[in-house]
Design a protein around this ligand. Sequence first.
Ligand SMILES: [Zn+2]
Length: 181
Amino acid sequence: MIIKDDEFGEVIVRKNPLSTGVKFSVSTSGRLSMSVPQHTSDFLVKRFLNRNREVIREKLPLSDPATQRARDAKKKILMKKAREYLPYRLEYWAKRYGYTYAKCRLTHANTRWGSCSSTRTISLNIGLMNVPEVLRDYVILHELAHLNHMDHSEAFWAEVGEHDSRYKDHRRRLKMFSPGV
Ligand SMILES: [Zn+2]
């Protein structure tokens, strides 16, 4: 099976009855292949890929410098946009609904849109600048609700729903985007 990945291009996936875990390798031509246990779903294959982007990237031969430069430049612009927007948007919603957080951190991890730590630091992915505003707001409201509920319990979702009544739809739509920059 071959899957198409935005960053790594065509990835060869081999389902192997003997393998117990997921392994990946890079051919001399630079193509990425993965060996996964026989019954691994496509969903899990993609999740593994998303969770290991950093590691995979280090193993891949450097892409041509122009591509690399273009990517770096894109990231820089996105970071600038994010810096001028996300902390203020977070502050806006926090004030509006009476939340207090310790600080806002901007990240460019490839796997998550945001997080909330037990020390009340809210991290937001700069890739949020590439998704529609309603989805951006959903992520912010989701992380703010974690200040009161550090889990995804019913009480947590009820709180998200109070501030974003269409959160189920937003959550579903967000899955069509990838946080990787
Ligand atoms: Zn959450």
